[in-house]
Design a protein. Structure first.
Lengths: 114, 111
């Protein structure tokens, strides 16, 4: 699985848009990019997955440039409840579909302030 | 709620003791994976069980062992506990290679 690099922490204020960038220079042709969210003392929760260009769901958007060596998770108008750790994962067939054999990095700790 | 339940939620053990953690998977899921998450780190894959057989293992010593039962619930056993085993232990269930859903975890403290 490709190695990923993310900022260790980010701060934001309520109502702002937050963009978290993940670097994955060695991404392979068959790899998908997946983001998970984890609140303290809870298990990680799937947010979004994509292969190229842009993916949007009710929670977030995922932007992937043409070279796919990085990706940006965008959280629109964050609230205090978005304070969590966000993990970027890269893997073949989409890590969402690997039945639980997931390789997590250190993640980005997002703190949203009032 | 993911439908994955773990017990107990918190546990304190003494170094050298043995511990058993339990996980009930989501209804219909036949695959269970276990993770160890140390404070400030991402979850680390321990092993996976599929239809009662081990189906992949991470970089953990043999004193970490597991079981999966016919109803697909699972146990994680750790022998000869060490201080560094203190962590949040997460269980995730899935139906083969579909999306995995995590439980709330068991917080193990070894003193």
């Amino acid at each position: 699985l490709a190695k990923t690099t993310q900022p260790i922490s980010m701060d934001s204020y309520e109502g702002q848009e937050v963009n978290i960038t993940c670097s994955h220079n060695n991404i392979a042709t068959n790899d998908y990019i997946t983001w998970y969210q984890q609140f303290p003392s809870q298990g990680p929760r799937f947010i979004i997955q994509g292969y190229k260009t842009k993916v949007t769901n009710e929670v977030a958007s995922l932007f992937i440039p043409a070279d796919r060596k990085s990706s940006t998770l965008s959280l629109p108008r964050v609230s205090l409840s978005d304070t969590a750790v966000y993990y970027c994962l890269v893997g073949e067939m989409g890590v969402r579909n690997q039945g639980g054999k997931l390789i997590f990095g250190q993640g980005t700790e997002l703190s949203v302030k009032p | 709620e993911t439908g994955v339940t773990q017990s107990p939620t918190h546990l304190i053990k003494t170094r050298g003791q043995q511990v058993t953690l339990r996980c009930s998977s989501q209804s219909g899921h036949n695959t269970v994976s276990w993770y160890q998450q140390a404070l400030g780190q991402g979850p680390q894959f321990i092993f996976q069980y599929y239809r009662e057989e081990e189906n992949g293992r991470g970089n953990f010593p043999p004193r970490f062992s597991g079981l999966q039962f016919p109803n697909y619930s699972s146990e994680l056993n750790v022998n000869a506990l060490e201080l560094d085993d203190s962590a949040l232990y997460l269980c995730a269930s899935s139906l083969e290679v579909t999306e995995a859903f995590f439980g709330q975890g068991t917080r193990l403290t070894v003193v």
